[in-house]
Design a protein around this ligand. Structure first.
Ligand code: IPE
Ligand code: IPE
Ligand code: MG
Length: 248
């Protein structure tokens, strides 16, 4: 397969019954992609959006049920203001532009993270896109925006503690499945496969609880260059893994 080739069907060497149901991606390396080309970092983010759109389509074509993408971490506020502002505006514009297509493609979009501190105009696009696609039956597409895994766990604890304080829950009611209902990702399966681009071997506060048993695949490719052949390689690697979940 050459770069840019568009396969409608699953590559023959991949076994459809052994595909991950849920793929998560840490879309890293936009800035380095741009730097390598002497372009401003924001150009990398722009191209990154195209790579994400391609991956979503590919997941849909190949029968993957859920895709979760890390778009902005709770730590990314520490970047230069111009970059943060650019990203917020980019998210808003892309969401507005792509909503109709997501509707026609039957995509169910959902945002996870601390959404209440995003710009109000972005919050309103987010709300609208989630409401409009709520009933869709196709791929579940989750975008982690102002997301931090530790923060997610702490807010879940706080909500549960409040329920206990009100007498609506007892401490002994708290188990893993109850706890999951208080996470942003309630109702979404755990990722089977995590892909991180640009070579970094860390999870950067992404889905800490949910990735307890995810298979991790790291590629040196920068996110804007991540395409179907790269995804194919990641899936081939995944299919060679033996998932043991602590058993023998
Ligand atoms: C990922 O690319 C995009 C976001 C975190 C929003 P980076 O912007 O982190 O790119 P590098 O890691 O600096 O190359
Ligand atoms: C992780 O990438 C966050 C996103 C891709 C949105 P970062 O570039 O922020 O992660 P670090 O700083 O390299 O750990
Ligand atoms: Mg980075």
């Amino acid at each position: 397969m050459n770069q840019g080739t568009c396969l409608q069907d699953l590559p023959v060497d991949l076994q459809p019954e052994r595909l991950p149901q849920h793929v998560a991606v840490i879309m890293d390396g936009n800035g380095r992609w741009a730097k390598k080309r002497s372009l401003p970092r924001i150009m990398g983010h722009r191209r990154g959006v195209e790579a994400l759109k391609d991956l979503l389509r590919c997941c849909k074509d190949w029968g993957i049920e859920a895709l979760t993408a890390y778009a902005f971490s709770s730590e990314n506020w520490g970047r230069p203001l111009e970059e943060v502002n650019f990203l917020m505006t980019l998210f808003e514009r892309v969401l507005r532009q792509e909503l109709q297509e997501m509707v026609s493609e039957d995509v169910q979009i959902r945002f996870v993270g601390n959404l209440s501190s995003l710009p109000l105009s972005l919050q309103s696009e987010i709300k609208q896109s989630m409401e409009t696609t709520r009933q869709n039956q196709g791929i579940k597409f989750t975008v982690a925006t102002n997301y931090g895994g530790r923060q997610e766990i702490v807010q879940a604890c706080r909500e549960i503690a409040t329920q206990v304080q009100k007498g609506l829950l007892k401490p002994e009611d708290i188990d893993e499945s109850l706890f999951e209902n208080y996470l942003y990702t309630a109702g979404i399966s755990h990722p089977d496969l995590l892909i991180r681009t640009s070579g970094e071997m860390r999870i950067s506060n992404f889905l800490l609880w949910q990735m307890a048993y995810s298979e991790i695949y790291v590629t040196d490719t920068f996110w804007p260059d991540f395409n179907r052949s790269e995804f194919h390689r990641a899936l081939s690697a995944y299919q060679k893994r033996e998932r043991r979940f602590g058993k023998v």
